[in-house]
Write a protein that binds this ligand. Structure first.
Ligand code: PRP
Ligand code: URA
Length: 209
C-alpha cells in the first residue's frame, strides 16, 4: 500500500485556508498555490539520498553532503498542475520538467489524454507528478499509468487537496507511489468536485471563470 503523508505544518494549513476562500482573486490564488507547492516539495524531498563530498572552504578542507544519484523531474498535469511548477523549481532548480495533458470530461468524469512530452531520460529520473486536485483520482491514475508506460519507476505524487476517495483510488491502482497531500477532504459533490474544496483549480489559477 502506498504511503500517504497529509501535511500538518501551520503555514500550509494557513495558506490552504486562504486559497479555499471564494473571495481570493486570481493573482493571490496563483501566488499562494505556488507557495504551498514549495512547502509540500520540502516534505516530499525529505528522503532524497545524500553523498559525502570533499571540498575546500575559504578556510580549509571540509566534507559536505550533496544530493546523490537519480536526477529529478517535475511533471505537472495540464492545466492546473502548471500552478505548482514554479514553487517546486524554487527548491529544485535543476529538475527537468515534463508535461502531461489530461482533462476530465465533465459528463463521463473520465480523463481525456491530449498531450505528453517528457525528458528523453525520464526513466532514469525520480519523478514528482503534480496536480493541485485529487478528486475521483481518474486523471492522476491515468497520468501515473502514462509515466509508467514510458519507463518511470520512482514516482511521487503531490497534491494541494485530495478527497478520501481519490487517495484510496491511487493507493489501489498505484500502491508503489508515495502521496503527499496538503489537506484531505472527505466528500465529493454530484459533479465530483471536492467538498468543501476550493472550486475549479485550473479556472482559479488562470482566471478563466
Ligand atoms: C482537474 C484537476 C485534476 C482533475 C481531478 O483538472 O486539476 O487534474 O480535475 O479530478 P479527478 O481526480 O476526478 O480526475 P480539469 O479536468 O478540471 O482540467 P484543467 O486542469 O485543464 O482545468
Ligand atoms: N477539479 C477541480 O479543479 N476541483 C475539484 O474540486 C475537482 C476536480
Amino acid at each position: 500500500m502506498s504511503n500517504v503523508t497529509i501535511m500538518d505544518h501551520p503555514l500550509i494549513k494557513h495558506k490552504i485556508g486562504y486559497v479555499r476562500r471564494k473571495e481570493t482573486g486570481t493573482k493571490d490564488f496563483r501566488q499562494t498555490i505556488s507557495e504551498i507547492a514549495m512547502l509540500i516539495c520540502y516534505e516530499a524531498t525529505r528522503n532524497l539520498q545524500l553523498q559525502d563530498v570533499d571540498i575546500e572552504t575559504p578556510i580549509g578542507p571540509a566534507t559536505v553532503q550533496e544530493l546523490k544519484g537519480r536526477k529529478l523531474c517535475i511533471v505537472p498535469i495540464l492545466r492546473a498542475g502548471l500552478g505548482m511548477v514554479d514553487g517546486m523549481l524554487t527548491l529544485i532548480p535543476t529538475a527537468k520538467v515534463g508535461h502531461i495533458g489530461l482533462y476530465r470530461d465533465p459528463k463521463t468524469l473520465e480523463p481525456v489524454e491530449y498531450y505528453c512530452k517528457l525528458p528523453p531520460d525520464c526513466a532514469e529520473r525520480e519523478v514528482f507528478l503534480v496536480d493541485p486536485m485529487l478528486a475521483t483520482g481518474g486523471s492522476i491514475s491515468a497520468a501515473l499509468t502514462m509515466l509508467k508506460q514510458r519507463g518511470c519507476r520512482k514516482i511521487h505524487l503531490m497534491c494541494i487537496l485530495a478527497a478520501t476517495q481519490g487517495i484510496e483510488r491511487i493507493q489501489k491502482d498505484h500502491p508503489d507511489v508515495d502521496i503527499f497531500v496538503g489537506a484531505e477532504d472527505k466528500e465529493l459533490n454530484d459533479h465530483a468536485y471536492i467538498v468543501p474544496g476550493l472550486g475549479d483549480a485550473g479556472d482559479r489559477i488562470f482566471g478563466t471563470k
